[in-house]
Design a binder for this molecule. Sequence first.
Ligand code: NAD
Length: 477
Amino acid sequence: MLNGHVSFFDQVNQNFDRAARFTAHPQGLLDIIKTCNSVYHFTFPLERDNGEVEVIHAWRAEHSHHKLPTKGGIRYSLDVNEDEVMALAALMTYKCAVVDVPFGGAKGGIRIDSKKYSKHELERITRRYTFELVKKNFIGPGIDVPAPDFGTGPREMAWIVDTYTALSPDKLEGAACVTGKPIAQGGVRGRNEATGRGVAFVTHEVCAIEEDMRAVGLSKGIEGKRVVVQGLGNVGSFTAMFLQKMGAVIVGLIEFDGVLYDPNGIDAAAIVEQWNALRRGEKSMQKLDVPASLRWSGSPKEGLELDCDILIPAALENQITDENAARIKAKIIVEAANGPVTSGAGETLNQRGALIVPDHYANAGGVLVSYFEWLKNLQHVRFGRMERRSEEQAYRRILDAIAVRTGKSFTENELSNLAHGAEEADLVHSGLEDTMGNAYKNLLEIRARHKVDLRTAAFIDAIDKIAICYQDLGIFP
Ligand code: NAD
């Protein structure tokens, strides 16, 4: 804490401490879990396209080595600092535990505004960052595996895997050094949209619990729920599109420089299409071709206070704070971003009876599918490649037998719909929904047992799972 300001990492630890009181673990063990194991801050020079030289600041934090590799995204943002990467790495540890992904948590960041650099400059920055991580043993399939985060995507992950494998050409499993890669570089189908798909699925599950909906004054079911999404990047855009498909009404979309609002609903898919068509450095709400009536006059920050049932912050941390918490009207807040609700604001919202779905459960779809990608890279074979045809043939045999027994044959259309073997994307979606659904049931059970909110339940779950692991490991030497 500095001058009354609670840092991001301290906020994560406050939430941890609140939950730890419901566990019986010794303080020493809790301290081991909470501590960030390693933080690497480094600098390197960049020669810009115009010949000027600039010093770049970069970090990688590995929060917990109780399971290896560690895992977490790489963020490009001017706000990146040591506290932020430590907080985000800690959240990764707890997130992996909640969805049973066998990794410790990590996070990396480079302090740049990616919009201000050319593609070639970003490539040089990314490759040098990777090289520095290799030098210090902070990256590798069994060591630490980065992924995309704010300001990065499949393109940056392709540069990372290429740099890493160029430096270790004999490593058979080299492609598993990073996830979120393009498919042609060993990525897995479904990873790009995984976090948003997971957030939408979780929101659907939350709305399906009648008791919870009654408690917040809403009817059961996702259909017709009025949703505001902050951030049209990877997570926000897919979340909005999947929710729209599920029958929710997207009433507001918030970006850094503008807000779109229509109480009757916005066609999120059409807006996302326009947004994605803008070049990286030129993305702006002002450049969208939309009716003037759709443009809301308030500021992006005020957009969070719009009248809606569900608010989904999917941009950055510290968006709902002590300053604006009392004015937030949403009855459900689903934390698609990491740390969007400060711990003080969370208390205000809880007292008001709002339901907060915590980040380290809500946005875990990304790391979950990253885990599938890592497994695919180690196996060197696409999911479903061996069994798809065999499954199809088995279904055909069953359908043929049914046709013989009933004397009624299936049409070709029915046959191709019913006798469909699982493709890679089907398996990834199935793994995502199965894990997120089971994790939610588990959290609801913990919530009921301890009479706590969902965030505390998710921390209790993570602490218990990690504690068992540390207890089994003992202390070396
Ligand atoms: P992104 O860079 O793809 O998108 C972020 C979007 O937020 C951008 O469109 C940006 O313009 C917008 N934005 C920035 N400041 C804003 C503001 N003040 N108001 C409104 N919009 C603003 O990043 P992302 O990958 O979608 O990540 C978003 C959040 O989700 C981050 O907190 C990240 O840590 C978290 N997250 C991402 C993943 C993933 O798989 N990418 C997984 C889990 C969690």
